[in-house]
Each structure stands twice: as structure tokens, then as C-alpha cells.
Design a binder for this molecule. Structure first.
Ligand code: G1P
Ligand code: ZN
Length: 542
């Protein structure tokens, strides 16, 4: 095995965002771009020689090429074993599970999550630690710093590995193992849930449609829902992972899964509609003519979690990201559990999950998970819903309405302005920040501001601090929260999160977007977004 070093020049833009490095495919295809980043990652880790690295991705364009290159660099850097999903496939939750199960040093996941794929789409790379958790900020900072000065990387001369053939081979002193990407994960789900109860639900005629959006979860869903749980053939649609996701934007929400939402709005719609994103960590739950907001989904899972045998007596507490509407807080209060509000990014849940401060956590962006893994997990969340439906005999709509009647409804919506000019967005937010203190006491469109500020966070376990995590404008029973996205690959995306709590029984079932309109007007007035960015309306509303 010929190991050699390649001289290289640093790239100035290899900064990790909310979850790893995400760029256009064309950026990743530049000579040495991926290699520089991977070597910067290895240079930032210690003591991995002889240890195991898990590698897999969501199957998007450039996945396989990137994996071949990572194999060469990992072999040259003296990893002892590489465990790779067959055909380069591993959903993010399955990768996380494999890392822990196989006691790996960590894992590299190739995905840009829900961002579009294909030659003109996005590509991404992220690292998970031995706990199967997203790399902490301290590590991603180190990688970014290293990438700014890197002048060589290690590689080796070896033929491409056949990723389709399950089995093991040696490359120098490194074992390369190609594994079934689904079996271990499916087995874990069977340990967590009472599959017999869900099987009975399907046997009794329960109808589900699962939209894999031509992304990674298709084979997982077909195996788990159709083969093991007995849902009828055809339950899974768009079930074959395609390099460009068949042109779909693999983000399960009201905007990008519009056709699916329409299907669920038909008179003959199935009982449950579910979908996942590109790499399988997000999910959406629909009922017949009914959309479940991610914040309500989190609250409903919290309400019933201790009826899942695996969690009995272990629902220690819950967490939500700060932008997520606080429906779950009311459930937690009733059950006497602590609630944590964290900055955006799954990594902030890791310490809380590992230290058993919480059992469940979720985000407004359709991600929910538990201590079963340190990543969010779309199929797991859908299985929670199947369990709850089997356990209660209630429909998706009934479960939501029951929640609102019991705790009040927290109307919420996220509105994103994508592809803004970064400078314009910055000026707008800087101006807003200066005005924040003066807003208190002012009334806009009937809403009086009670408090404003920047969201700051100190991790209760590690003590790590995260500053400037969003702009808060609070009112009685309402809130506007704002931040810039950290996952885009170009320009700036502004996210505005709205929430209003309603306890009047006669106002619980209104259309959320209509209900929130007056608050949206307030945000427009306070931010003067149109004046600064020229945008009249958001690109994505969920
Ligand atoms: C988005 C979501 C956030 C999620 C992240 C990774 O980040 O808002 O909740 O953790 O994707 O899936 P953002 O683009 O807002 O930085
Ligand atoms: Zn994702």
C-alpha cells in the first residue's frame, strides 16, 4: 500500500454551520476541496489510529465519489476499520446507531439533509462522535481553523472499493467492511417499540402513506413498515433513493411536500401520512385533511411516551429548541418534568440526552428524537405516532385536538426568507438589535411588547456557552423570534418564528396561518423587512 502526502492550498470557506460543512456540489468538486476538509477533520481528532470509522450518506449526487476519496484518506491516516453502508447508503439515524453499536471512534455522514441534490444541488459532510452525536462546536471550530492553514493531506494508491458487495477486505492494515445499512437499525426499532401492537393496527385495516421523497429512507421504510409491520404494499411512495431525489426538494413540510399534503386532503386519504427528509432525520405527520405542527407532535409524543415500554419510568425531562413553539412545556409541567430550551442545532441536545436530563427533544424544523440515539430520527418519530394511534385508538386529528383542549393551543409558524443578500440581512438585523431595548412598552397592531433581547445559552451539563442565538420579541401570550439560518450554502436565510397561545375553547381549531396574520404584520412593521431586502413575502411557510 503506497501512502503519500499531497501538497495542497487551504480554502477560506470551510466553515462548519448548524450541521457540518454544506456547499454546492460544484464547490465540493474543486480539486482537493473534500480532501482538505477530511484531513482537517482527522487533524482535529486525537487517538483514532487503529480505531473504527463509520461512513455513509444519503445517496445524493457525488456520494459515492466522495466515499471513495474518504476511504483513501482514512486508510492513509491509519484507521483500523472502515464500516460503510452498502452502496454508500446510511441514513443519519442509522449511522448514529451503527457508530454506537460497533463502538466506533466516530462516523462521517455525507448529506446536505433536506437541501436539493443533483449536480446543481448541495452536498455536505458532517462528523458524529463515538456517542453517535453531531460534532460539538469546539470540534467544528477546530476543523474550520485547521482548514485555513492546511498544506497537505495523506492519501494512498488503491483501486476503488466495490460498495455494492457486502463483506470485508483489507487495504494495508485497514479492514474495509461493507454492511447492510438497514438491518441493525430495524432491529433497534423492534427493541424500542411493541411491533405486535403496530402489526395489529395495520392488520385491522389502518391505512398509511409514507413519502420517502426519493431520498435515503425508502429502503428503511419499505422494510420496516411494509415487510415487518405488514402495512400494505405501496404504502411507501417515492421509495428509491435517487442522486437528484427525482428533482424533489426532500424537505417534508407544507411547501416542499405540497403534492403529498394535497393527497392527504382528499376525501379518500389514508389515516396517516408521513414523510422524511433527504437523510432521514426529519419527519412530517399528517392526518386526513390535517397537518400536525412539529411543536404539537413533540408535545403529543411527550404526553404518551411513557406508554412505550422502552421508556416506561424513564421520561426524565424534555427539551425543545428555542425557536420551537412551547406546546411541550405545558405537557411537561403537568407531568412534573423539567423543560430545557436550547439554541438551534441538534448538537445542543446531546449533553442533555447523555446525562439523562431529558428523554425527548425536538425542533420546529420537523426533527424529534430521544435518548435512543444522539441524532434526530424520522422513522422513530413516525413509529411513536403509530404506537400512540394503536395505544389510544384515536386519529391524528383527535390526538391534536385533545392536546389543545387539555393544555391550550400554541399556534405557530416558521416563515423563511431564502437567498437574501447577506449584507442586506446583516444591516437589517444590526439595526433591529440596536432598537430592541426601545421596543419594550410599544404597541404594534394591538400587541404590546413586554420583553426583548438576544437569546444566550449556557449548557447546564458542560457549561459551554452559546451567544447571540436569535432575536426575541415577547408579548403577552405571543412571541416573535428571529435568526439567520446556519445550513444554507449561499446567501442568507432569515427565519422568523411566530407563536401565540390560545385557551378560549371556541378558538382552538382555526387555521393557524389566518390566526397568526396579525402577529406577522407586527414582525413586518418592526423589522421593515421589505424596505431592507425588497421581499414582500417569505419563500417557505410551515
Ligand atoms: C435548520 C433547522 C434546525 C436544524 C438544522 C439541521 O437549521 O432550523 O432546527 O437543527 O436545520 O437539520 P438552520 O438552517 O435554521 O440553521
Ligand atoms: Zn436531515
Amino acid at each position: 500500500m503506497d501512502i503519500s502526502t499531497v501538497k495542497t492550498e487551504p480554502f477560506s470557506d470551510q466553515n462548519c454551520g448548524t450541521s457540518g460543512l454544506r456547499k454546492k456540489v460544484s464547490v465540493f468538486k474543486q480539486e482537493n476541496y473534500l480532501e482538505n476538509f477530511v484531513q482537517s477533520l482527522f487533524d482535529s481528532l486525537e487517538g483514532f489510529e487503529g480505531k473504527t470509522l463509520v461512513i455513509g450518506g444519503d445517496g445524493r449526487y457525488f456520494n459515492e465519489e466522495a466515499i471513495q476519496s474518504i476511504i483513501r484518506i482514512a486508510v492513509a491516516n491509519q484507521f483500523g476499520r472502515l464500516i460503510i453502508g452498502q452502496n454508500g447508503i446510511l441514513s443519519t439515524p442509522a449511522a448514529s446507531h451503527l457508530i454506537v453499536k460497533r463502538k466506533a471512534f466516530g462516523g462521517i455522514i455525507l448529506s446536505a439533509s433536506h437541501n436539493p441534490g443533483g449536480p446543481n444541488g448541495d452536498f455536505g459532510i458532517k462528523f458524529d462522535t463515538a456517542q453517535g452525536a453531531p460534532a460539538p462546536q469546539t470540534l467544528t471550530d477546530k476543523i474550520s481553523a485547521r482548514s485555513k492553514v492546511i498544506d497537505h493531506y495523506w492519501t494512498c494508491d488503491m483501486p476503488p472499493v466495490d460498495l455494492s458487495a457486502i463483506g470485508e477486505q483489507m487495504a494495508g492494515t485497514t479492514a474495509i467492511e461493507i454492511v447492510d445499512p438497514i438491518a441493525d437499525y430495524a432491529g433497534y426499532m423492534a427493541d424500542i417499540f411493541d411491533f405486535d401492537a403496530i402489526r395489529r393496527l395495520f392488520a385491522n385495516g389502518f391505512q398509511m402513506r409514507y413519502n420517502a421523497m426519493n431520498a435515503v429512507t425508502g429502503p428503511y421504510a419499505k422494510y420496516i413498515f411494509e415487510e415487518i409491520l405488514g402495512a400494505e404494499q405501496g404504502t411507501v411512495i417515492n421509495g428509491n433513493p435517487l442522486p437528484d431525489f427525482g428533482g424533489l426538494h426532500p424537505e417534508p413540510n407544507l411547501t416542499y411536500a405540497k403534492d403529498f399534503v394535497e393527497l392527504m386532503n382528499r376525501d379518500d386519504a389514508p389515516d396517516l401520512g408521513a414523510a422524511s427528509d433527504g437523510d432521514g432525520d426529519r419527519y412530517m405527520i399528517l392526518g386526513k385533511k390535517f397537518f400536525t405542527s412539529p411543536a404539537d407532535s413533540l408535545a403529543i409524543i411527550a404526553e404518551y411516551m411513557d406508554t412505550i415500554p422502552f421508556y416506561k419510568g424513564k421520561v426524565y425531562g424534555v427539551a425543545r429548541s428555542m425557536p420551537t413553539a412551547n406546546a411541550v412545556d405545558y405537557v411537561a409541567k403537568a407531568k412534573n418534568m423539567p423543560v430545557y430550551a436550547t439554541p438551534t442545532g441538534w448538537k445542543f441536545f446531546s449533553s442533555l440526552l447523555e446525562s439523562h436530563k431529558i428523554a425527548l427533544c425536538g425542533e420546529e424544523s420537523f426533527g424529534t428524537g430521544s435518548f435512543h440515539l444522539c441524532e434526530k430520527d424520522g422513522i422513530w418519530a413516525i413509529l411513536c405516532w403509530l404506537h400512540i394511534i394503536a395505544h389510544t385508538g384515536k386519529s391524528v386529528r383527535e390526538l391534536n385536538e385533545e392536546l389543545w383542549q387539555k393544555y391550550g393551543r400554541v399556534y405557530n409558524s416558521t416563515q423563511s426568507y431564502e437567498g437574501l443578500d447577506s449584507e442586506q440581512a446583516r444591516v437589517m438585523l444590526d439595526t433591529l438589535e440596536k432598537r430592541l431595548p426601545a421596543l419594550v412598552g410599544e404597541t404594534y397592531n394591538g400587541f404590546t411588547v413586554t420583553e426583548t433581547g438576544l437569546f444566550e445559552y449556557k449548557d447546564p451539563v458542560t457549561g459551554e456557552e452559546a451567544h447571540r442565538q436569535g432575536y426575541m420579541i415577547l408579548f403577552d401570550h405571543a412571541r416573535i423570534f428571529m435568526r439567520l439560518s446556519g445550513t444554507g450554502s449561499s446567501g442568507a436565510t432569515l427565519r422568523i418564528y411566530y407563536m401565540m397561545r390560545e385557551t378560549n375553547p371556541s378558538r382552538l381549531t382555526e387555521n393557524a396561518f389566518e390566526y397568526l396574520k396579525p402577529l406577522v404584520e407586527v414582525a413586518k412593521e418592526i423589522t421593515r423587512i421589505q424596505e431592507y431586502t425588497g421581499r414582500e413575502k417569505p419563500d417557505v411557510i410551515t
